[in-house]
Design a protein around this ligand. Structure first.
Ligand SMILES: Cc1cc2nc3c(=O)[nH]c(=O)nc-3n(C[C@H](O)[C@H](O)[C@H](O)COP(=O)(O)OP(=O)(O)OC[C@H]3O[C@@H](n4cnc5c(N)ncnc54)[C@H](O)[C@@H]3O)c2cc1C
Length: 462
């Protein structure tokens, strides 16, 4: 038997993955907990696999059961606001909110009961605007910045009063919910700022891939890297994003995750269809796209495309991007779910820009002016790697000393601050917040949780 090569170096913790989750975890370990030898390891440049493809939006408005998601997001936003104050808001944290709109009175009624439930979970006060003189005051969002902004949400049960504030919405809209502890920021800038602090505190970023996690007597002993180097360590963090399942296997953990392709377009809104001060806008209804007879026949004749003539799911969404002279708009809509093993680059969908534009034109009719001739979009995207109930995996998984911070689905940028903090608490053995139990990977062994799982109907994902 060949003797094992001696480890090249020793570390207190090795973090696999320099996306926003791994960088945040490394930050909490090295800067907040003073862990001396943290090695952050990624074969790619930091933040380049998924974390730079996001819409970069955040919100504390998440459904139950339980307050776990609201608590996690509130904590994350507290941390984001703290970092914004500390850095002079280098990552442009804004607070425009998420505006969910509907053209369906039944949907509006269910949005109201969902909003009442979310409000009681700690997401903030719900103010209901009926279009009557005794309505509570509605405070418009700040165009930039995040301080002194209102929280909770404003529910408009009347389309006309909603359009008073958002006149560019379709006449078909009958109401909407404006979640206020929400907005967007530059995840790239935030990640770069955190990484800088991580390096200054003595942690190291190495360009390499973890190919094996070694354990003996049920305890992590080290990792092997693609370059042939190895690092002796008793603590390992799996923050491998869409590859979290694969890296979990290296550590002997079967993680219950799957991945969906999600794309995004950005385009020049040269017709000024969307005001630059708009919030994140979400069409909350299913919709049937208006094809001409000829288009419809062509689609129906193609088995792979015929579904585009059926009602497509809710969730077409968009927001303005950039400040000053910028005229960019980001648009997204996963009108069909595409679950697959992650491969890179993600698969093409040549129809995506047109379908998204059609979906957005239902909500903001002025986008219809682009349907004759689409602006040349930039398309990118990645994977939402998620659990069945769309809640993350944060906690011990595999041999002692191995922790996962993953399955961050379509909310990893907004959750990363608190998810990394929670991961670091697990690694250091410090006291955990009450919400930690919602995210521990062994929750699936709890019969009570499994029962709850069957009752979870709303994943909260757009
Ligand atoms: C189109 C789109 C829109 C989105 N919009 C939003 C949004 O508005 N708000 C929001 O909060 N989230 C959003 N998300 C989700 C968010 O982008 C992700 O949840 C988040 O970026 C995941 O971060 P991560 O660090 O876990 O993964 P990643 O950024 O993918 O980083 C994982 C890293 O692990 C590395 N790695 C993998 N295997 C190994 C290994 N064996 N050894 C070492 N390193 C390894 C990879 O190279 C990669 O760099 C969106 C995602 C998409 C695709």
């Amino acid at each position: 038997m060949q003797a094992r090569p001696k480890p090249t170096e020793q570390a207190d913790v090795v973090v696999a993955g320099a996306g926003i989750a791994g960088i945040s975890t490394a930050y909490h370990l090295s800067v907040r907990h003073g862990v001396e030898k943290v090695v952050l390891c990624d074969p790619l440049p930091p933040l380049t696999l998924t974390s730079d493809k996001s819409t970069e939006c955040y919100r504390n408005w998440w459904p139950g059961p339980g307050s776990g998601m609201v608590d996690l997001m509130n904590r994350s936003i507290d941390l984001l606001e703290g970092w914004a104050a500390e850095s002079g808001n280098i990552f442009n944290l804004s607070r425009r909110g998420y505006l969910y709109v509907t053209a369906d009175p039944h949907r509006l009624a269910s949005m109201r009961s969902e909003a009442e439930a979310i409000s009681t979970l700690g997401a903030g006060e719900l103010r209901v605007h009926r279009g009557t003189p005794d309505d509570p005051a509605y405070t418009p969002s700040l165009p930039s910045g995040y301080e002194d902004a209102v929280g909770g949400a404003d529910l408009f049960t009347d389309g006309d009063s909603l359009r008073t504030h958002f006149p560019y919405l379709s006449r078909a809209v009958v109401g909407g919910l404006h979640a206020r502890r929400a907005g967007w920021f530059s995840a790239q800038q935030l990640g770069a700022w955190l990484l800088d602090r991580v390096r200054t505190s003595g942690a190291r970023l190495i360009t390499d891939k973890v190919v094996a996690v070694e354990a003996s007597d049920g305890v992590v002993r080290g990792v092997r890297l693609q370059s042939g180097a190895s690092i002796a360590t008793t603590r390992f963090v799996n923050a491998a994003g869409p590859l979290v399942g694969e890296v979990g296997k290296l550590a002997g953990a079967e993680l219950p995750v799957f991945s969906e392709v999600h794309r995004k377009i950005s385009f020049r809104d040269s017709h000024s269809s969307l005001p630059r001060t708009a919030p994140m806008l979400i069409w909350n209804d299913e919709q049937k796209l208006g094809w001409t007879d000829e288009e419809r026949s062509e689609l129906i004749a193609d088995d792979r495309l015929a579904y585009l003539t059926d009602p497509l799911g809710p969730g077409a969404h968009c927001r303005p991007e950039g400040s000053g002279e910028a005229v960019t708009v980001l648009g997204l809509w996963e009108y069909h779910t595409d679950v697959r093993t992650p491969t890179f680059p993600i698969p093409d969908d040549p129809l995506y820009p047109e379908i998204v534009m059609r979906g957005l034109a239902t909500m903001v009719p002025a986008f219809g002016s682009y349907l004759e001739r689409l602006p040349k979009p930039h398309i990118d995207g990645g994977y939402y790697t998620k659990t069945r109930e769309n809640r993350p995996l944060i906690g011990p998984a595999g041999p002692e000393g191995s922790v996962v911070v993953g399955a961050l689905s379509g909310y990893g940028v907004m959750a990363a601050a608190a998810a990394g903090e929670l991961g670091a608490l697990h690694v250091t053995g410090a006291a955990l917040p009450a919400y930690a139990r919602w995210f521990e990977p062994d929750r699936y062994e709890d019969p009570e949780y499994l029962e709850l799982l069957d009752r979870m109907t709303d994943s909260g994902q757009i």
